[in-house]
Design a protein. Structure first.
Ligand code: 5GP
Length: 116
């Protein structure tokens, strides 16, 4: 069994967070340390620690991350100008919370993809 993180408590609404979307597969909530005017995290409700742990059985939930990202981008008014989707994996990827999540960042010009 994969270990729980703070995100499981957010999904179960055991701790406060600004949830913008939830269904049977995924939950989306605002990042506590926003890096852009819109910074939302979309997470599978089931624990998948990293992209390395993804299997074919997860394809429906992973697809849902994208359809929900597009819906949230539209609702946030950033779809037309654009935005960035990021999934960090493990230490070199900068992953801090070991419950796979997609960042949606937008609302300003984000600049080059990687810090130099
Ligand atoms: P990572 O670096 O793992 O890709 O991103 C983890 C993200 O989770 C960070 O942007 C961080 O600000 C966010 N985060 C960590 N703990 C909490 C929390 O308790 N609530 C919310 N809303 N976001 C969190």
């Amino acid at each position: 069994m994969a270990e729980e993180t703070i995100f499981s408590k957010i999904i179960r609404k055991e701790i406060p967070s600004d949830i913008v979307y939830q269904d049977e597969l995924v939950t989306a909530f605002r990042d506590i340390n926003a890096q852009a005017p819109t910074h939302v995290l979309i997470v599978p409700n089931k624990i998948i620690p990293t992209v390395n742990d993804v299997t074919e059985a997860d394809e429906a939930v992973l697809g849902r991350l994208f359809t929900v990202a597009a819906k949230i981008a539209e609702e946030e008014g950033i779809a037309r100008n654009g935005y960035r989707l990021i999934i960090n994996c493990n230490k070199d990827g900068g992953q801090e919370v070991y419950h796979l999540h997609m960042h949606i960042l937008g609302g300003r010009r984000l600049g080059p993809m990687l810090a130099r």
